[in-house]
Design a protein around this ligand. Structure first.
Ligand code: SF4
Ligand code: SF4
Ligand code: SF4
Length: 244
């Protein structure tokens, strides 16, 4: 439980810093930078997400994402399990269209003229004007309202433009058989089907069902460790070994 408290503390700190960090997670600013031939903070952050997800999976989602923190606050209002299925693919469509737009804008701009990590920020701070406050509250509503209406981390499941980078990183890891952080199932025969792991999962994964097949395979797993910490039989643990 101590680990989950530390995780939640990190998420709250990240959420409090969201007015500072907002423009480093902005898909719109990447397009703006691409039109002007500039590689900006969001571009660098998203590139790091892709690269770091190869060894560390979606640990950003469980410890550092301000949008994740905001949605976990919404658990107090609605902690229902959202419907899974085709809606989980909406984020890939959004991401694909956006990647094409970014690529076209960079090609059209002709050349990269600058790398500016603090692009469009005021001394590195994102929310520093009335206009940026309006954008900030718009984004907060975009993330919060679906979670309040439809359940746990709906924005992550359906709409997030950052998740596909990390899912892609984990796919690259699997294809190349590289080692990386994952949830390991030990002695599945000791499982008593109490479903505590599934109940604890902030991403609403059927962990107990996956324990039966001996692997946590879901692309939605963000390696938060809640299932590990809530299993009375200590069947789950972190692993780093190369996948087979
Ligand atoms: S899926 Fe997106 S919004 Fe959710 S925690 Fe991960 S990066 Fe943040
Ligand atoms: S399966 Fe476990 S580690 Fe993965 S998101 Fe769910 S609780 Fe967290
Ligand atoms: S919490 Fe542990 S014992 Fe209970 S269903 Fe999950 S893996 Fe099995």
């Amino acid at each position: 439980m101590k680990r989950q408290n530390i995780r939640k503390l990190w998420m709250i700190i990240s959420l409090l810093l969201f007015p500072v960090t907002l423009y480093y997670f902005s898909p719109a600013l990447i397009i703006n930078g691409a039109v002007n031939g500039i590689i900006n903070g969001s571009f660098i952050v998203f590139a790091l997400m892709l690269i770091l997800s190869v060894p560390f999976g979606r640990i950003f989602c469980s410890y550092l994402c301000p949008a994740g923190g905001l949605q976990e606050c919404a658990f107090m209002i609605n902690d229902k399990r959202p419907k899974q299925g085709w809606k989980n693919n909406i984020k890939y469509v959004i991401w694909g269209i956006w990647i094409i737009a970014v690529t076209v804008c960079y090609i059209h701009s002709g050349e990269i003229i600058a790398v500016d990590f603090f692009y469009e920020t005021e001394n590195g701070i994102s929310v520093s004007s009335i206009q940026s406050y309006i954008i900030y509250y718009g984004i907060v509503c975009l993330i919060l309202i679906p979670s309040v209406l439809f359940g746990k981390r709906v924005f992550c499941h359906y709409f997030c433009w950052m998740a596909p980078f990390m899912i892609l990183g984990m796919k690259i890891r699997n294809i190349l058989h590289l080692p990386g952080l994952h949830i390991k199932v030990n002695q599945k025969e000791n499982c008593v089907s109490c479903h505590q792991c599934s109940k604890a999962c902030p991403m609403c994964i059927d962990v107990a069902g996956q324990v039966k097949i001996g692997k946590i395979r879901s692309a939605e797993c963000m390696q938060c460790g809640a299932c590990i910490d809530n299993c009375p039989k200590k069947i789950l643990s972190y692993g780093m070994k190369r996948s087979k």
